[in-house]
Design a protein around this ligand. Structure first.
Ligand SMILES: [Zn+2]
Length: 198
């Protein structure tokens, strides 16, 4: 499942309200007005991370969503870069990756996402670092923690863009330009990765 598909809020009004949607971007704690356990309106912001229901006692915590992305290299020193097929940041460059599913390790998640988006069958990944991000989806600012991995692909590996990816490209590292990546955490990660490589 991709970063877009993994968050399945069916916000019909947000999808149909166009420009208004952009102005209403909000923290989930400001958007969620009712207790998700009992439906009470007596559901107050408790602190920066939670809302508390004064009827049933439930405290809802807004935790960052775990997400992954991969630096996939071949022996020619080329990086596999993809083009985003969907919002947010449609048309900009990205790294393969997406949200971690429930009951999945981050390593399993990134290997699955690589397969879904590029068709590559990667056996092993190594953890690099993480960056927090705010991912705008359906009129809400979804906080994520993006974990980055590095792995290697065979030079003759065939890649096929699928899922949320419009295009796959092998780009020599010296021609990878940070500003062409649309998501903030991905830009930070690409910048850090290139610095370490140089
Ligand atoms: Zn409640």
């Amino acid at each position: 499942m991709s970063r877009t598909a993994a968050i399945c809020h069916s916000s019909h009004s947000a999808q149909t309200s166009g420009i208004r949607k952009e102005k209403e971007m909000n923290h989930p704690l400001e958007v969620f007005k009712y207790c998700p356990k009992c439906g009470s309106e007596n559901f107050e912001i408790h602190n920066a991370l939670s809302r508390h229901c004064y009827d049933c006692g439930f405290t809802y915590y807004q935790n960052p969503r775990a997400s992954t992305a991969a630096f996939i290299l071949n022996s020619r020193g080329e990086l596999l870069v993809v083009r985003r097929a969907k919002e947010p940041a449609i048309g900009t460059l990205d790294l393969p990756g997406g949200f971690v599913d429930n009951e999945e390790t981050a390593e399993q998640g990134i290997i699955r996402e690589i397969r879904e988006e590029t068709g590559l069958d990667i056996k092993e990944v190594s953890y690099l670092f993480s960056f927090p991000n705010i991912y705008r989806y359906s009129g809400m600012d979804i906080h994520t923690l993006d974990m980055f991995f590095v792995c290697h692909a065979d030079d003759d590996a065939v890649v096929n863009a699928a899922d949320d990816v419009a295009e796959c490209m092998w780009i020599p590292l010296r021609k990878v330009y940070v500003e062409r990546f649309g998501l903030r955490s991905i830009r930070q990660a690409v910048h850090t990765f290139l610095q370490r490589k140089s």
